[in-house]
Every structure is written in structure tokens, then in C-alpha cells.
Design a protein around this ligand. Structure first.
Ligand SMILES: *Cc1c(COP(=O)(O)O)cnc(C)c1O
Length: 398
């Protein structure tokens, strides 16, 4: 049994704060300061360049990749960490297109996170070869999967509404028409059970600073199906993906048959130490139990808000099975209302045009937090506190 009171005790969250934003930036694990200090004092300071071997810095891309892999149903040797998610979008989609060279359509949806779409736009411009990016409504994606499509690129859980695509059904249809699927698991990894191997996913990518709590700017990850590792085109052909990086050849040869070929260049080893501490929290966590708890807390939150907060409308699918692990509400004055919540130490965030978003993260959130958050929201709405001038100014990051 997963012990959620134990996991809660593993995070350092300021007293009195109700943190419902672990879907955007996970809180700091208590073990993080010691981990970074260990890296500084016992590794960088004392080992210096030797650390690449003596501290295994060189292969942490893989050892940490395997630990992330466990949480998304990936076998060891099929996931690496490094770089940023935007870079991984580019890398995975480019690799997917190279596998289906005779087709020119990339299919996504108009609810996808903008950077994913922007990176594909940049890739299409670079390729300059008549590519077309199609963006149907999320509900129409299945119908859009035809034999014209080279790559289907989707984020499993919608960052605004929490709506979840049916991963298996989409992969099955895409494979039936000969298309490749790239899954962005930014709002899935550490949020819901994922089984990339069981679903026969081609590529999966994601970040580790949201539900995985690796810290701001923590490394991204990429998974590649084992059946593709021999042929997949690295595209971003950096020396870390070379068959023999320390042969210093002048030409590129990808590491044959191994996930290393998706590495690019020297990773942020300091950030790896924080990610490692964050992944320790997951060691005793069963993803099915986490999911059950997330659904229970989400249902409670939705029911209480609907009962006590008129004017605020639930924005996600009703069926818990069709949602990820954050819940969103539409409210015309969502921005100042969220600012008023934050002023009371109830932390969620706002996504234009009118979405108030709350991450439900059972590792450190329980019923009492949910009830206190609804109390605060009800009070702000009843007293129209959100109308105060100090809540109207928009910060650069919302
Ligand atoms: C958070 C998120 C990103 C962020 O990409 P970065 O390169 O880490 O800034 C990208 N895509 C999705 C779907 C996200 O949710």
C-alpha cells in the first residue's frame, strides 16, 4: 500500500500553504538540499573531471531515464533524460517524420500546448517540403487519423481542461493506417498510470518538473519503442548520441540499437542530482493507488465547488476516466479570483482566457487541503474579494 502520509512528509511545503499547482511545478522534496550539496561537495568540488566516470555522470541520462521509465510503463533501456521538453518535441516529431518519408501531414489538436505546435511549425519551415499541420478539435482527432498522416502528435492530458485522450485507441488506429504517434506526457508522467510499452507507443516525451517534482527547468525525457531503436533517426545528432563519442570522429554515427542515440549533448548534472532526490519519493508509490486517490480528491473538489461556488463552471469531462489529475473551472474573473486565492496561500494558476486550474497531487494533498481550498474560494466569491484593485494586475507568468 502506498503511504501518502509518508510521501507528504517528504516534501518541504511552507506552513499554511495549500499547494494545488504540482501539475505546473512540483514542490521541493526535503532531500533536495542534501542531494545538491552532495553533488557540490562530494562530486564537483572533489572529483572534478573524474566525476564523469567516478560518479557515473556520463550515464545518469540512462539510470534516471530508467527510473522515469518505470512510471510510464517503459522497459529499462528505452528512456533517457536530458534537454528540455520543447527540444524533445522537435526531436521526436522529426524522428517520426523520417520513419514515414512519403507522407506530409502532421496531426495534432487545437488544445495542444503551444510550444509543441510552435516547435512543429519551426520543423516544417526548416524541412521546407510541403508539410501540413492539422489541428482539429480534440474530439475529432480519431476521425482525422487517415493514411495521409505521417505523425500524430498529441499531449495525452490537455493542459487547460484536463481532458485525456484514449492513448491505446489512438495508437491502434494510427498504426493501422501506417502512422507514427508521438505522445507528450507532460501532464501524465507521475499523474496517472501510463503504459507506453503495453500500448505499443512509438515515442513518448515529457518533463520532470511538473508531477515528478524535479525542480524548475528539470530535464525532459524521451522514450522510444525498442522495435525502433535500430532505425530511429536522431536528427539532433550530437556527440552524446554517437556510437563512440570519445573516438572524436569527424562524422556522425548514431549509437546502434540503443536509446543513447537520442542523447544530444552534455546534460545538466546538477539538475540530475535534484531529479534523483525527487524520484526517491516515487520508490514506494503504486501508480494505480495514486490514481484512485487522485480521482477521489478530484471528485470531492468538483462536487464541493459546484455546490458552494455558483458562477464557477467545471471545465473538464465529467467522467473521471476521461481526465488527468488536474481540475479546471471557468470563471469570467478567473485571473483576479486566482490572485485572491494565492493571496490566501491557496496556490493554483490561471490559463487564458478564463480557466482557474488546480493540480490534484495525492503525494502531498489530502481531503483537508481540498476542503480548505473550497472554503477560501467560496469566501472570495461571496465577498467579491476578487474585485480588489491589487488582484487586477497581470504578472508575466500567470
Ligand atoms: C509544460 C509543457 C511543456 C513545456 O515545455 P518546456 O520545453 O519544458 O518549456 C511542453 N508541452 C506540454 C504539453 C507541457 O505541458
Amino acid at each position: 500500500m502506498t503511504d501518502f502520509s509518508k510521501t507528504r512528509g517528504m516534501f518541504d511545503i511552507p506552513d499554511g500553504m495549500i499547494y494545488l499547482n504540482g501539475n505546473s511545478l512540483g514542490p521541493m522534496p526535503k532531500a533536495a538540499p542534501e542531494a545538491i550539496n552532495r553533488f557540490l561537495n562530494d562530486e564537483w568540488k572533489t572529483e572534478l573531471i573524474k566525476g564523469w566516470n567516478t560518479c557515473n555522470w556520463f550515464m545518469q541520462t540512462n539510470s534516471l531515464g530508467d527510473r522515469v521509465g518505470r512510471l510510464i510503463g517503459a522497459a529499462p533501456g528505452t528512456t533517457v533524460v536530458g534537454d528540455t521538453l520543447s527540444i524533445k518535441v522537435f526531436q521526436a516529431v522529426a524522428a517520426g517524420l523520417a520513419l514515414v518519408p512519403d507522407r506530409k501531414v502532421i496531426l495534432s489538436d487545437n488544445g495542444n500546448f503551444p510550444t509543441d505546435l510552435y516547435m512543429v511549425e519551426g520543423l516544417m519551415k526548416l524541412k521546407d517540403d510541403g508539410y501540413d499541420l492539422r489541428l482539429p478539435d480534440p474530439e475529432d482527432v480519431m476521425a482525422g487519423i487517415t493514411d495521409e498522416v505521417a505523425v500524430v502528435m498529441l499531449t495525452e492530458v490537455d493542459y487547460r481542461t484536463g481532458r485525456k485522450h484514449d492513448m491505446k485507441a489512438i495508437i491502434d488506429k494510427a498504426h493501422a493506417v501506417g502512422a507514427i504517434v508521438v505522445w507528450d506526457l507532460a501532464h501524465s508522467a507521475g499523474a496517472i498510470p501510463v503504459d507506453v510499452a503495453g500500448c505499443d507507443a512509438d515515442f513518448a516525451i515529457g518533463c520532470t518538473y511538473k508531477y515528478l517534482n524535479g525542480g524548475p527547468g528539470a530535464p525532459a525525457f524521451i522514450y522510444v519503442a525498442p522495435r525502433l531503436l535500430e532505425t530511429v533517426e536522431p536528427v539532433l545528432s550530437g556527440w552524446y548520441g554517437h556510437a563512440a563519442p570519445f573516438a572524436f570522429d569527424t562524422d556522425y554515427r548514431p549509437m546502434p540499437g540503443k536509446i543513447e542515440r537520442m542523447r544530444i549533448g552534455t546534460p545538466s548534472v546538477a539538475a540530475f542530482s535534484l531529479l534523483s532526490a525527487a524520484l526517491d519519493v516515487w520508490d514506494g508509490v503504486d501508480m494505480d493507488e495514486l490514481r484512485a486517490r487522485s480521482v477521489e480528491l478530484s471528485e470531492l473538489f468538483i462536487a464541493e465547488v459546484e455546490r458552494r461556488c455558483p458562477g464557477v463552471r467545471f471545465a473538464g469531462p465529467r467522467a473521471a476516466s476521461e481526465r488527468g489529475s488536474h481540475v479546471s473551472f471557468r470563471f469570467e474573473h478567473g485571473y483576479p479570483c486566482m490572485q485572491a486565492l494565492i493571496a490566501r496561500d491557496v496556490i493554483g494558476d490561471f490559463r487564458a482566457p478564463d480557466i482557474m486550474r488546480f493540480g490534484i497531487t495525492p503525494l502531498f494533498i489530502g481531503e483537508a487541503d481540498i476542503m480548505a481550498a473550497v472554503d477560501a474560494l467560496e469566501d472570495i466569491l461571496t465577498n467579491e474579494t476578487w474585485k480588489e484593485a491589487r488582484f487586477q494586475n497581470r504578472a508575466a507568468v500567470t
